[in-house]
Design a protein around this ligand. Structure first.
Ligand code: SF4
Ligand SMILES: [Zn+2]
Ligand SMILES: [Zn+2]
Length: 304
């Protein structure tokens, strides 16, 4: 049995970052998250941080750590997007409410139905193509709206190392250098009015580590997969990255660190640019009308 690298206890995890017992794993996990927040200046004392909370293990673990270490210095507000997917989001919303109450964090829910006029279940019947592509655009839009609505300075998401490595590979394969260079612990085009910067405190911890942390902390989020998940390109890329990591441990971390060096190299060219506004809703947009408004217009034109 492998031993913890800090003490004499048996290790419960051994990965590219080391072997740890329960207590030292927990300590190391929290430390790496806090180091990421500090190193990249994800948020500062006094700022309001909106935490995007799906009610799943990842976002509840993030909310746990942020409420433990920052609730005396920052105002935290949990925001949940209700896509309107029966048998999926309605269940995780109940879990989200329970944990927000136990962590003492205020929560708000924003739904597709209220903002776009239709639930995701209905949208999939109207709009052709991969559901996740539409859903992702609408969710990003609504998270930004929600964060601005609660006067947040930053919006924290529970994106982990696996998610980030997937995004790196997807953008490379799709030859989308702009999107690739917008990844990182602070994502998006930061200096645009109306855009609340998104920060990722979990960017350097893996999905497996996050899962283990949530189990140790007794966060019992039921894993209910979304009915539409896995159809898109992300599903394919995700499976490939898991294969790669199991044959070469540390591959995900290497991909992400290469992206970070590219970002540093091209920072001047790509960052600090500001973009225009959507003619319809006024939110930040590189086109005349933003992607969310285009989808909304398409949905309004199709009566179901
Ligand atoms: S899996 Fe796809 S459709 Fe389901 S909630 Fe996520 S992005 Fe939306
Ligand atoms: Zn130990
Ligand atoms: Zn718009």
């Amino acid at each position: 049995m492998m031993k913890c690298q800090v003490c004499d206890e048996n290790a419960i995890i051994s990965s590219a970052v080391g072997a740890y017992c329960v207590a030292h794993f927990e300590e190391n996990f929290e430390k790496r998250v806090l180091d990421t927040i500090k190193k990249y200046g994800l948020f500062r004392d006094g700022e309001t941080v909106a935490v995007a909370n799906s009610g799943g293990k990842d976002s509840l673990s993030l909310l746990y750590i942020l409420s433990k270490h920052f609730s005396d210095r920052n105002k935290l507000v949990s925001i949940t997007i209700d896509e309107g997917i029966e048998g999926y989001r309605d269940r995780t919303i109940e879990t989200m409410k329970e944990y927000c109450a136990s962590f003492g964090v205020e929560y708000k829910i924003y739904s597709y139905k209220d903002f776009f006029g239709k639930t995701m279940d209905k949208i999939t019947r109207i709009k052709r193509g991969i559901p996740c592509a539409t859903c992702g655009t609408l969710r990003r839009y609504l998270i930004n709206y929600a964060a601005a609505d609660v006067n947040a300075d930053k919006v924290a998401t529970a994106h982990n190392l696996d998610d980030e490595a997937e995004s790196v590979l997807m953008n490379l394969l799709q030859n989308d250098i702009d999107k690739l260079l917008r990844l990182g612990p602070v994502s998006g085009v930061v200096k645009t009015e109306g855009f609340v910067p998104r920060v990722k405190p979990f960017m350097f911890v893996s999905e497996k580590e996050t899962m283990l942390f949530s189990v140790i902390k007794g966060i019992n989020a039921v894993h209910t997969p979304c009915f539409y998940a896995g159809f898109g390109f992300r599903g394919v890329v995700s499976r490939k990255i898991k294969e790669l990591e199991s044959s070469r441990a540390g591959s995900k971390a290497h991909m992400v660190s290469r992206m970070m060096s590219m970002k540093a190299k091209y920072r001047k060219k790509y960052f600090g640019r500001s973009i225009g506004k959507c003619a319809q809703c006024g939110s930040p947009s590189s086109g005349t009308v933003c992607d969310a408004c285009s989808i909304k217009n398409e949905l309004t034109a199709t009566a179901v």
